[in-house]
Design a protein around this ligand. Structure first.
Ligand code: ADP
Ligand code: MG
Length: 303
């Protein structure tokens, strides 16, 4: 397992991460979430040994992950890291990029492995295409497949689907996370997209103010968000009587002591998100139907 103890790090004088401790089991999926600049990418790079820690240590099983001061070649065989900025070989084909680190002594295995991974990232039809002609999202998929070519024990993914369009994203996510689970590969994914977390991650870490603000299952954090930051990750919410209430927890009723006036209805597909005025405060709730502006309604908190 991965064991992180009292990790602290800064690039210069300003601390980026302060005193982080956590564990990730073999095969477990951890999602790291946090606002832009909260240190998600930095944490992944530290786990990979790209920088020296100011304090603390990182172990994978019995081995200590060391930074460049103590480890001349950055990185380890058991671990793969797919950065936000992926560097591929532009002038060779997709399949050559994926198979680049696979041995030529076993051509049959190499071919099968490459074909399997092309399927996972849904690029079989592009096997022979030169990488330089691909879109950003396609390149990101090649980078993912390449990281998986020599099966790692642990994979670090930095916003792995950020360049991929919505048409492909859902199925790709399912393929990739299922593949990692099936192979019992430990996965740590930095993301600001709840879709990368819900239904996939076993544990979720919230980074804020250089620290771990929360660490629990996505379900526990969704059902009981202890801070506005956590609630905002999952969706629109309100603070009513000092309590976090998601938009979907407010229901329209015939009569109640929460009287609101509709400001705007936003079409969201299978519901409308309604912005309304409740005693001079903005409130958000969901409605099955479109509501007219200035319409008065009554709300009730339910779960
Ligand atoms: P995230 O991935 O959550 O957006 P980062 O880990 O990229 O956050 O950045 C965390 C903080 O560290 C930010 O304040 C950022 O400006 C700073 N930072 C990131 N990379 C460097 C670097 N190479 N040198 C100096 N500061 C950096
Ligand atoms: Mg980042």
């Amino acid at each position: 397992m991965l064991n992180v103890n009292n990790l602290s790090f800064s690039y210069n004088k300003t601390p980026v991460l302060k005193d982080l401790s956590f564990k990730v089991e073999q095969g477990e999926h951890l999602a790291i979430i946090g606002e832009s600049g909260s240190g998600k990418s930095t944490l992944l790079k530290l786990l990979y040994g790209e920088y020296d820690l100011n304090f603390g240590n990182i172990h994978w099983k019995d081995l200590e992950v060391l930074g460049p001061k103590h480890n001349l070649v950055v990185g380890y065989d058991f671990m793969k890291y797919v950065a936000q900025e992926f560097d591929l070989m532009p002038f060779i084909s997709v399949e050559e990029n994926i198979g680049k680190f696979l041995s030529n002594f076993f051509p049959k295995e190499k071919k099968e492995r490459t074909a399997e991974l092309l399927e996972v990232v849904e690029l079989s039809a592009f096997a022979k295409i030169k990488v330089k002609t691909l879109s950003g999202g396609q390149k990101q998929r090649v980078a993912l497949a390449r990281a998986l070519a020599k099966q790692p024990e642990i994979i670090l993914l930095d916003e792995p689907f950020s360049h991929i369009d919505n048409f492909k994203k859902q199925s790709l996510r399912r393929n990739v996370f299922k593949y990692l689970k099936d192979k019992n590969i430990t996965c740590i994914v930095a993301t600001h997209d709840k879709e990368d977390v819900l239904g996939f991650a076993d544990q979720m870490m919230v980074l804020n103010n250089n620290k771990i603000e929360a660490y629990d299952t996505p379900k526990a954090l969704f059902q009981n968000p202890s801070t506005s930051l956590i609630a905002s990750f999952f969706g629109e919410f309100n603070i009513i009587n000092d309590t976090i209430i998601y938009a979907h927890q407010l229901k329209i009723v015939e009569k109640s002591n929460l009287k609101a006036t509709v400001i705007t209805s936003f079409f969201k597909g299978n519901y409308y998100l309604i912005e309304a005025n409740l005693d001079g405060e903005k409130v958000f709730f969901e409605s099955k139907y479109h509501l007219n502006n200035d319409e008065n309604i009554f709300l009730k908190i339910s779960n």
